[in-house]
Ligand binder design. Structure first.
Ligand code: ADP
Length: 220
């Protein structure tokens, strides 16, 4: 855990509680944490899920690797220490979103188990829902997809510390959801996550009757 640097600081509660915020949104805040190799499908699933949630009137927000590295984490690289700090900051941002009532969709390789566990702990201590989604795809398949041409560059030695090539990926041991993207379709993956949100009461007052309608529209 990162140490508290500033002293004499305390959390200041307002007059509106988390439950008050959740009640106006008809949903509970949560962090859906996608982890997996580059090219495994994290961003693709997050985009489809965001669309599916929007269609049933649920507020979500994507926190995506490159987007975050262009802003709040622009001063961080890919060393183990920087990756750690990258994940810590995202975890804190996701926590704030969850407290606000938003379902955040975090798509980061997040290769180290300890870092993910730290984010989980951060949420659990704050009484917030943390759903780890293992976006499981073989290295061979991810490399074949290579949607950003990054594996090619890594194999050519143009990118160092590339997860799966010259940096490790530690698979989740007990994730809430395990998606095998080299055998499932994006529609199936979205449906599994939506079902989880329903079953766990994170989406209240569902404004649809047929789950297959949502997954179909999410695929459009
Ligand atoms: P990541 O965010 O994990 O780096 P992307 O979502 O950017 O990965 O890329 C995954 C690629 O794999 C996309 O081109 C996507 O269309 C493709 N793909 C094929 N099948 C699937 C699947 N079942 N789930 C997710 N992505 C898939």
């Amino acid at each position: 855990m990162t140490k508290q640097k500033a002293t004499n600081v305390t959390w200041h509660d307002g007059e509106i509680s988390r439950e008050d915020r959740y009640s106006i949104l008809h949903q509970r805040g949560a962090t859906i944490w996608f982890t997996g190799l580059s090219g495994s499908g994290k961003s693709t699933i997050a985009v489809a899920l965001e669309q599916a949630l929007y269609k049933i009137g649920k507020l979500s927000y994507r926190l995506d690797g490159d987007n975050v590295r262009l802003g709040i984490n622009k001063n961080l690289g890919f060393s183990e220490e920087d990756r750690k700090e990258n994940i810590r900051r995202i975890g804190e941002v996701a926590k704030l979103f969850g407290d606000a009532g938003v379902i955040s969709l975090s798509s980061f390789i997040s290769p180290y188990k300890d870092d993910r566990d730290e984010v989980r702990e951060l949420h659990e201590k704050a009484g917030l829902n943390f759903i780890e989604v293992f976006v499981d795809c073989s290295l061979a398949e991810a490399e074949k997809r290579d949607p950003k041409g990054l594996y090619k560059k890594a194999r050519a030695g143009e990118i160092k510390n590339f997860t799966g090539i010259d940096d490790p990926y530690q698979a989740p041991v007990n994730p809430e959801i395990h998606l095998k993207t080299d055998v499932m379709t994006v529609e199936e993956e979205v449906k599994i996550i939506l079902d989880h949100l329903h079953t766990n009461g994170l989406i209240l007052q569902p404004q649809f009757t047929r789950a297959d309608e949502i997954t179909q529209s999410a695929a459009l």
